[in-house]
Design a binder for this molecule. Structure first.
Ligand code: TMP
Ligand code: ZN
Length: 401
């Protein structure tokens, strides 16, 4: 498939096989689960990493079970981002901030006390309802030029437009950027946040690859994407959230905004690491993780030990299904999200139970499929009186703690 950013040819980096939609938790083991190829490819021109095959968006987001968790790490990240926006003058008390893909509105909730107006947009009706109940005005729709015009008529022109992770969750980011280009005022700022592909590769986070993640962004392809819409990068901030994220700040190419030193610094850093060697090492490491977890779990089960997973994440679906672990190996999965309880991880067919039950059941091992919250989850489990269960941390390489 040609690059969906610049149109140049691509080559295959990693084929994870045929997989169900990672967030489509099932209500029973028997429920049907359509599977789709999961293949990562790389553009030779702009170094865009993308999925070869994109699943229909209504199929993925119609009833969406991913609710931004109430996590300390996420709150801290949101706070830092808001501080950066104010410190650099991208937002002020008079700003109207529009967020595309706002989910349950956690980021806007942080911003709301500091600015004039916040409005969210999200395609999943169930998610929008939760956001509205929490006091965040949210429009249920996919964002594109036509919607941008309707939003302008209904709410006015936003000073800041934020798109966090949604340019990776959509097979045509050009549609989103074109809508932003049309809606953003001359001196407005567009903030785009994504998992940072070089970190994903360096940390061996192959489990970030699932159908919702159609793009894995580095700076290079984003510069290209923005250029194609007459926009340019003015600032970059790196953040530890989601295993290493990048926040891009962009403006119209014609705007007077100053280009911060951060752009040059991070582009140089990226230039030094992003290349074929990194891709080769990534693929090797992914195979090693699969081999190591398979061997470890087989050994533990052979000794009569019990293993649960912890965190019914989309990442967990990819990890378990690529490795080939099922309810035959993993007894249950613990998770804090009530709507996930009683459901099953697709393909692996593992039932999800509340965290409290997992602490009490005290299995011998937890395979930590929410490894990104390791520093929150392990201390919490210990504080709840479970000193016994060991954690298998799969990423960046397999360790037991
Ligand atoms: P995410 O990595 O996609 O944000 O998902 C995190 C999942 O982990 C989510 O389903 C909630 C779950 N979780 C817990 O079960 N316990 C916790 O303490 C935290 C922070 C998350
Ligand atoms: Zn490209």
């Amino acid at each position: 498939m040609p690059c969906r950013i610049c149109g140049d040819p691509t080559d295959t980096v990693l084929d994870l096989g045929s997989m169900p939609a990672a967030n489509r938790l099932k209500t029973s083991k028997q429920e049907e689960e359509p599977r789709y190829p999961l293949v990562l490819e790389r553009c030779a021109g702009c170094f865009n990493l993308q999925l070869r095959d994109c699943v229909d968006e209504n199929e993925l987001y119609g009833h969406y079970l991913y609710l931004t968790p109430d996590s300390r790490a996420l709150h801290a990240h949101n706070r830092l981002l808001v501080e950066h926006m104010f410190r650099e003058g991208y937002a002020s008390a008079g700003s109207f901030v529009l967020e595309i893909g706002s989910n349950v509105g956690r980021f806007l909730k942080h911003l709301q006390p500091h600015v004039r107006k916040v409005v969210g947009i999200d395609p999943a009706e169930n998610v929008c309802r939760i956001a509205r109940a929490d006091g965040i005005e949210t429009v249920c729709a996919f964002f594109a030029v036509d919607l941008a015009m309707q939003l302008e008529a209904a709410y006015g022109v936003p000073d800041v437009i934020v798109a966090r992770h949604c340019c990776a969750h959509n097979k045509n980011p050009h549609r989103i950027i074109a809508g932003i280009k049309a809606l953003l005022p001359e001196n407005g700022i567009f903030i785009m946040e994504n998992a940072y592909a070089p970190n994903t590769l360096l940390n061996n986070e192959f489990d970030q690859i699932y159908h919702e993640h159609m793009f894995y962004y580095a700076i290079r392809p984003v510069v290209k994407l923005l250029e194609m819409h007459d926009m340019r990068l003015v600032d970059i901030a790196m953040a530890p959230i989601h295993g290493g994220s990048v926040v891009f700040f962009a403006a119209h190419a014609t705007a007077r905004s100053r280009v911060r030193e951060s752009v040059r610094v991070h582009m140089n850093e990226e230039q030094a690491v992003l290349g074929d060697e990194l891709l080769g090492r990534f693929v090797e490491s992914v195979r090693a993780i699969r081999r190591d977890i398979r061997a470890l779990v087989a050994d533990l089960l052979g000794q009569g030990k019990t293993v649960w997973s912890y965190g019914a994440t989309a990442k967990g679906s990819t990890l378990l299904n690529y490795i080939g672990l099922t309810d035959e190996h993993i007894r249950f999965c613990a998770d804090s999200t009530p709507i996930k309880h009683g459901r099953f991880i697709p393909m692996a067919n593992i039932e999800i139970l509340p965290e409290e039950e997992a602490w009490k059941a005290s299995p011998d091992y937890f395979l930590l499929t929410a490894w990104n919250y390791k520093d929150e989850i392990i201390p919490k489990v210990r504080a709840m009186g479970n000193a016994r269960t060991k954690f298998i941390v799969p990423i960046p390489s397999v360790s037991v703690q």
